[in-house]
Design a protein around this ligand. Structure first.
Ligand code: PXL
Length: 442
């Protein structure tokens, strides 16, 4: 297990600082160690106050790390003042050659100082020359070089200036650029840029997260530029999955989204397997359409058909018995999957669907069981949509749902030239689908 240390501030809301860094390290499969420089009093509305860790305690923790906690890399964030900076400089100088990434945090989003002027001078003089990558944003870059950095051209000049201060590479983060946000990497040889998507959210702690990612990727053996590019990619995913932890205030990120997606995908496949076995046991052959049956189940927040599991070999009848060829897999259906995606736009908790043979008796049974039954007429689909194979079902599903005030259990159609009439049964999960199938079985 690789071990990585963060020396930074402590933010109790875990948006920034050492708890955020630990979250990143664990997501990248490392053992994270943390030493706080200061306690930052803050919630989702910004910093209210900062309390430095008493020096004696901070120094003791650094001494203990030196003696007992050998690490493969170090990430440095908010350092509070020159006393902390000097102690860390001598600590780093006493270590062998390990990865060091510095996020030169100077102040918080709402302007609270997290590093004194003297601390910044010491950071540049003592720590920059023994650092692999430094990651300033535009206000930090401006303070480091002592002139305004406002454009991509300024960023290039600034990256060279900071590079001359001794680090192995510099990333100037252009989130504050007036136009398109661009990050710039410079390793003394060439510039590499990364165009970012501007998101309409104030996300807390992105600087801490980004620098921890770079440090962790370098510890994993990536070179500095590869680590920069990989970190940018992960950041995009994290930002896309950002959320609020209270009703208003900053957005937060968590690498927990990766774990929860994995767990979700596994759970979806398990549920599909169980439903497949039940279907075979109950042998509801009378519900299988001539075009064969498929069942789909989506993960939460599904974005496309690749997030929906189905049976690649479909469900069919052979010598009076239901047969399913192959294991459930993601992306294995387009029709059922598209209908689920269309349905989830209106009712995101209903993530499962199965196609069933049309029979008037089945629809009658559904009505008897007080199911909500919706009909759509395939003749209503516009010509251009009809021509785009696979597009018509999601269009018609959405059209049908627009009019509806409660989630339908069934959406069916009576077919068209060359198209079998089909009943689609919807439910929260495949187990509920099976229960509904038993209710409508003729
Ligand atoms: O984002 C800068 C930052 C870094 N570290 C800690 C912080 C903040 C901003 O609030 O609290 C601990």
């Amino acid at each position: 297990m690789k071990k990585i240390l963060t020396i930074a501030g402590y933010d109790p809301s875990s948006g920034a600082g050492i708890t955020k860094d630990l979250d990143v390290f664990s997501a990248l499969g490392m053992h994270g160690i943390s030493i706080p420089t200061c306690l930052v009093l803050q919630g989702p509305h910004g910093v209210q106050d900062v309390y430095p860790i008493p020096y004696a305690h901070f120094f003791e923790m650094i001494d203990m790390a030196k003696k007992e906690l050998p690490v493969d890399g170090i990430k440095i964030g908010a350092l509070w003042n020159e006393a902390c900076v000097e102690r860390i400089t001598s600590f780093l100088s006493s270590l062998g050659r390990i990865a060091v990434v510095v996020d030169p945090v100077i102040e918080s989003k709402n302007g609270t100082r997290l590093l004194t002027d003297e601390g910044l001078k010491q950071l540049i003089k003592g720590i920059f020359p023994i650092t692999d990558v430094v990651t300033p944003n535009l206000p930090e870059a401006s303070l480091i070089i002592g002139k305004d950095v406002k454009t991509l051209e300024d960023m290039k000049v600034c990256a060279k200036d900071i590079f001359d201060m001794g680090p192995g590479a510099v990333v100037v983060k252009g989130g504050h650029l007036a136009g398109e946000p661009i990050d710039l990497f410079f390793d003394g040889e060439a510039f590499t840029t990364w165009k970012k998507r501007r998101i309409d959210r104030e996300v807390h702690g992105t600087g801490c997260t980004f620098s921890s990612l770079i440090a962790a990727f370098i510890v994993h053996g990536y070179d500095k530029k590869e680590a920069f590019l990989a970190s940018e990619e992960v950041m995009e995913d994290l930002l896309a999955g950002s959320y609020r932890i209270n009703i208003d205030g900053y957005f937060y990120t968590s690498s927990g989204i990766f774990n929860s997606r994995c767990a979700d995908r596994w759970g979806v496949l398990q549920a599909m397997k169980e439903a497949g076995e039940m279907l075979c046991r109950l042998n509801m052959v009378e519900l299988i359409p001539a075009v064969q049956m498929n069942m789909g189940y989506a993960i939460r927040d599904a974005g496309g058909t690749e997030d929906i599991a189905a049976f690649p070999g479909r469900i069919f009848v052979n010598s009076g018995k239901i047969l399913i060829k192959g294991e459930p897999a993601f992306g294995a259906s387009s029709h059922v999957a598209r209908m689920i995606l269309a349905y989830m736009k209106y009712y995101p908790h209903i993530r499962s669907c199965v196609s069933v043979r049309y029979d008037r008796m089945i629809i009658e049974k559904a009505h008897e069981s007080t199911m909500n039954v919706l009909f759509f007429d395939r003749k209503n689909e516009p010509e251009q949509i009809r021509e785009a194979e696979g597009r018509s079902l999601d269009f018609l599903t959405e059209e049908a749902l627009k009019e509806e005030s409660s989630p339908p259990d069934i959406i069916y159609d009576l077919g068209d030239v060359g198209k079998e009439p089909i009943i689609r049964l919807f439910a929260k999960d495949p187990l509920e689908l099976i229960k509904k199938m038993e209710m409508i079985r003729p």
